[in-house]
Design a protein. Structure first.
Length: 181
């Protein structure tokens, strides 16, 4: 069913409309979510919960959806991506540390490193990150891959904000040197 018709159906007959939406887009939604939630950490039930949250958010937000700005598919993918990242952030907050490999899976496809890193450059960056002391690596991953503000990093790592900012600056300098080698 086309976007316009599906939106009208959800608005006029929510139960039927959501069944059609779910049938048409649940596979795509789950694929987007799996891109961010690694099976080594998250169960199928976690993926399903995140997908259900996405569909629920779509249902309650359908009145605000503007078909002239983007397709329904794009809108649903954006909601799924945001929900998956939120779930990942909640996990890291309770887990206490951020494993490098897991965080890289959560990379924001539009913003992280401006999507310009070639695969070999990405491998070099990961290699350089692994050479940093664990606390520095943790700060870099939290700040640049998970987009956490310094204040949040400071609270979760039990540091001052100025200490986080100083360590960030120094870690970036170390990374530059390692990447130049």
């Amino acid at each position: 069913m086309k976007d316009e018709g599906l939106v009208k159906l959800i608005l006029s007959d929510p139960d039927r409309g959501m069944r059609v939406l779910t049938g048409q887009y649940s596979g795509l939604i789950c694929s987007v979510i799996r891109k961010y939630l690694s099976p080594s950490v998250f169960s199928d039930a976690d993926i399903e919960d995140c997908a259900a949250d996405t569909l629920s958010e779509a249902y309650f937000g359908i009145n605000g959806f503007d078909i002239s700005k983007c397709s329904l598919k794009t809108w649903l993918c954006m909601i799924a991506e945001r929900n998956a990242k939120d779930m990942l952030r909640r996990y890291y907050k309770t887990a206490g540390t951020v494993p490098l490999d897991e965080a890289l899976c959560a990379e924001d496809s539009e913003h992280a490193e401006d999507k310009l890193l070639e695969e070999s450059e990405k491998k070099a960056l990961v290699s350089a990150l692994r050479k940093l002391p664990p606390a520095d690596r943790e700060i870099i991953v939290r700040k640049f891959w998970l987009s956490q503000p310094s204040k949040q990093i400071a609270a979760e790592m039990r540091m001052s904000v100025s200490n986080v900012d100083t360590k960030t600056h120094r870690a970036i300098s170390k990374l530059r040197k390692l990447l130049e080698e």
